[in-house]
Ligand binder design. Sequence first.
Ligand SMILES: Nc1nc2c(c(=O)[nH]1)N[C@H]1C(S)=C(S)[C@@H](COP(=O)(O)O)O[C@H]1N2
Ligand SMILES: [Mo]
Length: 583
Amino acid sequence: MGGVSREADATTPKDGPGRGRGRALRVLLGAASGLIAGFGALAAAELVSAAVRPGASPVTVVGGAAVDRTPPGLKDFAVRHFGTNDKAVLQLGIVVVLGLFAIAIGVIATRHRRIGATAALAFGAVGVAAAASRPDAQPTDVLPSAVGGVVAFALLYWLAGRAREPYGAATGRPAPASAHAPGSAAEPAPAAAGAAPGPDAGERISGGGPSGGGGGATGGTFDRRGFVVAATAAVAASAGAGALGRYLNADKAAQQAASRADITLPRPASPARPVPSGVHPDVEGLSSFFTSNKDFYRVDTALSVPHVDATSWRLRLHGKGVSRPVTLTFQDLLRRELVERDITLTCVSNEVGGPYVGNARWIGVRLADVLSEAGVKPPSHGGPADQLVARSVDGMTIGSPVETVMDGRDALLALGMNGEPLPFAHGFPVRMVVPGLYGYVSACKWLTDLELTTFDDFDAYWVKRTWSRKAPIKTESRIDTPRPFASPEAGTVPVAGVAWAQHKGIAKVEVRVDGGPWHEAKLGAQDTSDTWRQWVWPWQATSGRHTLEVRATDRTGYTQTDKRVGTVPNGATGRHSVVVSVP
Ligand SMILES: Nc1nc2c(c(=O)[nH]1)N[C@H]1C(S)=C(S)[C@@H](COP(=O)(O)O)O[C@H]1N2
Ligand SMILES: [Mo]
């Protein structure tokens, strides 16, 4: 361990390669200092976030701010290529960028201690700005990043004082000073290796210590032991703070999970119609009729899932044409007549053949009833508001047409999903679900506010990002089996999948092979017009490469177009096809 600078001194002449080695060592020590300062900053921020809220940690707020600013095409790209992992990829990217930045400012700090350390502060400022810019920003959200920035500054300043290079360049002096330095650096080394005074000697000779920085240092001696001790102390303290923060955050999450588990949803006054037998053709590889909560797709901007406490949760209903504004509690909703409905949810970012569609049994309160009781009338009955804006605790805004949510369909304030309270990731304690509308214009999770307004007066989150104001779900179909590039045996091969046209209902599904004639598939029984419908077609497969293609017709008589359009601005169209090769 003692060899680093000595080795360089012993084996190299006083210039040329020796300075190269010295420089390499300086870069290495600087990089280490920077990384340690960055780690310390994140650890301190984690601890502070436990006191504020987990969602206020720097990586989360910076990531959230990045999500807010991501152009729709790129967001779609991320969702498409990383799926629900897009957030993990983003956070990893942020940590990598942060690491590179930490290395850079660490290296700078070994030469220009104040500049490097101040850059660390600036980095904290980025976190502060990101935290303050989030739609759900609370004043205390800036604290984790602010404290992180200060910790990074202090650590870097301190470590850089101990990572002076083993020759004089820290002073900014030219080569001659450097050329002499190795000699002086070599002196404390044997002492350090031998007996107690090592660090002291080092400090004395380097003229360093926390007060000696900023280019005022002369001689520029590297105090190895001092650096190692300081670095070890910094890493240990950071690890401790980070672990404590993690523990406190995890503990809070466990309490929240327990409070959710304590909730028992009453039996619905209006249960879902029993699911007819035969909704699910028994074909291997076909999606299950109900999508389990754990398999249900998740699309949202939340890098840290909001954990809302149901007992303190409130839903405020107000705005244009609301003659009796109300604030409802979770208990208020539980005391109302609950309805249970099967509804298939779809994301506008689902490309043709994509996975962002799922079917669940929801329990909730009829939204139209709540609106009516507050005096709301749809535009067709003279109401002044044509847009219902739902706000979530994380600042999401989602606008739905008032006319649609009050037209008699089962638009819900949902409390339950597949027989349990909503999972946190799917909007606990209350979300909206509206059959027939894409999620981004209807399905607000972690709902906390409903405002009646107009489409002229307010653009919701995604609308500001070029998506359409209104977006009914487009009639679509998907082949689940065979999988792309499968090699089924020749003979009868069941081709099966799902088709959806929520609130219209599926009338027909057809399949064709290699652009030939369309064949009508056998439809699974229809649950309701708000759910997807499963289908199967027995294909007499012959050997060779084949393209299977599907199209659906809904109950309005519309047949799915073959015109391919992308997901932006209001949902993809086109037909799903799958290429297989039969041996
Ligand atoms: N608060 C909040 N609600 C939200 C979103 C969001 O980003 N934040 N995304 C919406 C979108 S785009 C969709 S498709 C659905 C997805 O719901 P799920 O994640 O439960 O499947 O939630 C909607 N509700
Ligand atoms: Mo979505």
